[in-house]
Design a protein around this ligand. Structure first.
Ligand code: DAH
Length: 339
């Protein structure tokens, strides 16, 4: 039995040296010292021994147990320390290292010019109003005096979501929302995205941007409209910029007009930019139709107003000589980095 004990001890010691992990150590402990362990097996056979031998072997067995237990604990502690040291080394963070450089973006050309236009109107006492892009038929059409059979309502142009909900085709519905909420005097511009069911090409996109304008007060006349929009054109294109108004038709204004600016590229002589016309169409405008005022709870006998709307992409394309609308939406850095 003495020999058996010595063997158990020797084997355990050898195996101990090969243990790499805490789990392996624990397995070894169970195998040798556990309830069904090798050492325990020896102790169970003690009954076979004589009364003299029993205490001797018992003591020896206890010594082996204590020694092994101590060694296993010692190895465990050393392993844990080693693991911790390894972990600390692998998670080491050098706080003195320089940060990773990141590229600074730049303003999108549409935002650049929009901001410029906003500044011009803010300087003339306008506020900025916004409205939803998912809009009711009522605001986009009905309240703006667009009768049910108007061609602009054709499903070819409009993305309908339900019978009476759609993606706004113009920023004009914001006029109605502002007039419903606010009493005159009103002086707002309203920039935003609009949607039309157009196939994509160099001059068409199903999403683009408009800037709407609206003034309502007592005694507002067509002269105010012309004066305001001429000043706007001069601020945008320079003091020499010339403008002209042509009669037009919009359902929500009466009378209606379109304003052109003399081509700033050729000075009116006719060139590629203005397609030989000498003039470039900038915006639609007119005196707010009395029916629209009435729809919004404003008395057309007391108040009058003017409105205008322009496409942002067109203005930006002319400004930078961009000949393809798709460039605005492709987000190609080679394009965007030029602004
Ligand atoms: N909403 C018009 C369009 O999309 C543009 C427009 C014209 C707006 C005349 C106006 C306006 O406010 O008075 O074509």
């Amino acid at each position: 039995m003495k020999e058996q004990l010595a063997q158990i001890k020797k084997r355990a010691m050898d195996e101990l040296g090969a243990c790499q992990t805490v789990k392996e150590l624990e397995d070894l402990r169970v195998k040798v010292l556990g309830k069904k362990g090798e050492l325990t097996g020896i102790l169970k056979q003690m009954g076979k021994l004589s009364a003299e031998e029993r205490p001797v072997i018992g003591q020896l067995a206890n010594e082996v147990r204590q020694e092994l237990e101590g060694k296993i604990e010692e190895f465990k502690a050393a392993l844990k320390e080693k693991q911790l040291a390894e972990q600390l080394a692998s998670e080491r963070l050098d706080v003195t290292m320089p940060g990773r450089p990141f590229e600074l973006g730049s303003m999108h050309p549409l935002s650049l010019v929009l901001e410029e236009i906003e500044e011009i109107f803010l300087g003339m006492g306008f506020n900025i109003a916004e409205g939803p892009e998912v809009e009711y038929d009522y605001y986009n059409f009905e309240a703006l005096n667009l009768p049910k059979d108007h061609p602009a309502r054709d499903t070819q142009d409009t993305f309908y979501i339900t019978d009476n909900i759609l993606l706004r085709t113009q920023t004009s519905p914001v006029q109605v929302r502002v007039m419903e909420k606010q009493k005159p005097p009103i002086r707002v511009i309203s920039p935003g995205r609009v949607y039309r069911s157009d196939a994509v090409d160099a001059t068409h996109s199903p999403v683009f941007h408009q800037i709407e304008g609206l003034i309502v007060d007592k005694g507002v006349t067509m002269a105010d409209l012309k004066g305001t929009l001429e000043i706007f054109a001069k601020r945008l294109y320079g003091e020499d910029a010339k403008t002209r108004f042509r009669p037009h038709h919009f359902p929500f204004t009466e009378p209606s007009a379109e304003m052109d600016t003399q081509c700033f590229a050729c000075g009116g002589e006719g060139c590629r930019l203005c397609k030989g016309e000498g003039w470039i169409e900038l915006l639609g405008c007119g005196m707010v139709h009395p029916k629209v005022l009435k729809n919004c709870g404003i008395d057309p006998e007391v108040y009058s107003g003017f409105a205008f709307g322009m496409g942002l992409e067109r203005v930006v394309m002319r400004r930078f000589g961009i000949d393809d609308l798709r460039l605005f939406f492709e987000n190609d850095l080679r394009f965007l980095k030029q602004f």
